[in-house]
Design a protein around this ligand. Structure first.
Ligand SMILES: Cc1cc2nc3c(=O)[nH]c(=O)nc-3n(C[C@H](O)[C@H](O)[C@H](O)COP(=O)(O)OP(=O)(O)OC[C@H]3O[C@@H](n4cnc5c(N)ncnc54)[C@H](O)[C@@H]3O)c2cc1C
Length: 367
């Protein structure tokens, strides 16, 4: 197997979120030890992503991380769609023929811990508290400056440094797209509830959505765009304690270019979109897999051609799907006005929705 390392320095991965950690692991599995840095001195204990999809479980399986994720997480078997007073439909995630016919619910902090553990076992340590401050290319080479004052000349770089990516900004790469104006609320709360905890429960309210996902024990994630989510809980649900609450905005953007001069962007540094469909982290891990495969085969210049069509199609569908929970478009209003449409449509759309949510809506023909 040939590698793309024309300089003696190993590949540099900037950012040790799920994308960067997975990239370091996939490269190591192909016999290429990378250097991985993260400006944060400690991993975050708060968890954005909860849904690990079957594609990610497939990609990580040979590393042993999948088994550990399955031991630690819990399965969500589908989604119940509700109006406040009645259930409209159930979308089941089983029936794809895939051996992981569910969404694994696992906190992002846990996923990152398990990826880091796998790296440590393979002799790779995340360099924490080490940030990239600048990166430039000249005469076919890369120069990366670190917060420690060190200057590196890696042959290959992966910018996996999140939505505000220093790699992307230093290189002057565009991040075109648009943002929604409204804030979204997140609560990780201890609940007493009669909701079916094996399913994600989505309540279509007149002005938005209330989403319930059980994380573990009686800890649930509530995500909503209505003004007072905890004041609009369904009958039979009460909050015992809120462990974490946060507010965030959604935007849809894709970096341009994703690849140039042996520097790739991946994960949130490359694409951001709403959390509906649970694709962000999963897509980042897929970027990481493709990056590692191409580095190992000295074909990194193909990264753009491999990733852009997939990313564009996923972001487009996520944007379209997000209109229903947002409740602002004509179709979103019609769905609320005539909820029987949802009951009628759900069984017909089930197969397509399931394939999309599980991340099985495209092939990954990299090898
Ligand atoms: C409410 C919510 C729910 C979500 N749910 C899901 C879900 O269920 N499933 C899913 O797949 N996705 C989900 N997502 C999206 C997911 O959280 C992100 O897509 C994911 O975190 C992206 O991972 P990343 O590694 O690319 O970037 P990040 O997680 O942002 O990691 C980037 C890392 O880079 C480091 N860094 C930044 N700048 C520098 C620098 N200059 N030098 C060195 N290091 C640097 C940061 O410290 C950080 O550790 C959700 C997002 C939100 C907001």
């Amino acid at each position: 197997m040939t590698t793309a390392t024309s300089s003696a320095e190993p590949p540099l991965i900037v950012g040790a979120g799920p994308t960067g950690l997975a990239a370091a692991l996939f490269l190591r599995e192909r016999g290429i030890p990378a250097r991985i840095i993260d400006s944060a001195s400690e991993p975050t204990t708060h968890s954005k992503a909860l849904g690990v999809n079957p594609r990610t479980l497939d990609l990580l399986e040979s590393t042993g991380v999948t088994d550990r994720m399955l031991e630690t997480g819990r399965m969500a078997r589908g989604m119940n769609l509700w109006r406040p007073d009645r259930k409209l439909a159930t979308i089941n995630l089983g029936g794809t023929g895939h051996r992981f016919p569910f969404m694994l619910v696992l906190s992002q902090a846990e996923s990152e811990r398990l990826l880091t553990e796998a790296l440590t076992e393979r002799g790779i340590t995340v360099e924490r508290g080490v940030g990239l401050t600048d990166i430039a290319t000249a005469n076919g080479g890369i120069t990366a400056t670190l917060s420690t004052g060190e200057t590196l000349t890696p042959s290959v770089v992966l910018g996996a440094d999140g939505a505000h990516s220093t790699v992307r900004k230093s290189l002057g790469r565009d991040f075109p797209g648009s943002a929604y104006p409204e804030p979204w609320h997140l609560y990780d709360a201890r609940l007493q509830t009669t909701l079916d905890d094996e399913f994600i429960n989505a309540f279509l309210l007149d002005d938005g959505v209330l989403l319930f996902i059980r994380i573990k024990e009686n800890l649930w994630r509530i995500v909503s765009n209505v003004t007072d989510p905890l004041g609009q809980l369904p009958a039979g649900t009460t909050v015992e304690a809120v462990e974490w609450d946060s507010e965030f905005g959604f935007a849809h953007r894709i970096a341009k270019p994703l690849y140039a001069d042996n520097i790739c962007l991946a994960g949130d540094a490359a694409h951001i979109h709403s959390a509906f469909g649970a694709r962000g982290m999963n897509l980042g891990i897929e970027d990481a897999y493709v990056f590692a495969a191409l580095v190992a085969e000295n074909r990194l210049s193909e990264y753009e051609a491999h990733r852009r069509p997939v990313i564009e199609s996923v972001v487009k569908r996520v944007a379209r799907a997000t209109e229903i929970p947002r409740g602002k478009s004509l179709s979103a209003k019609l769905v609320r006005r005539f909820p029987s449409v949802v009951s009628w449509l759900a069984p017909k759309a089930e197969s397509a929705v399931r394939t999309w949510v599980l991340g099985l809506d495209h092939d990954l023909d990299i090898e």
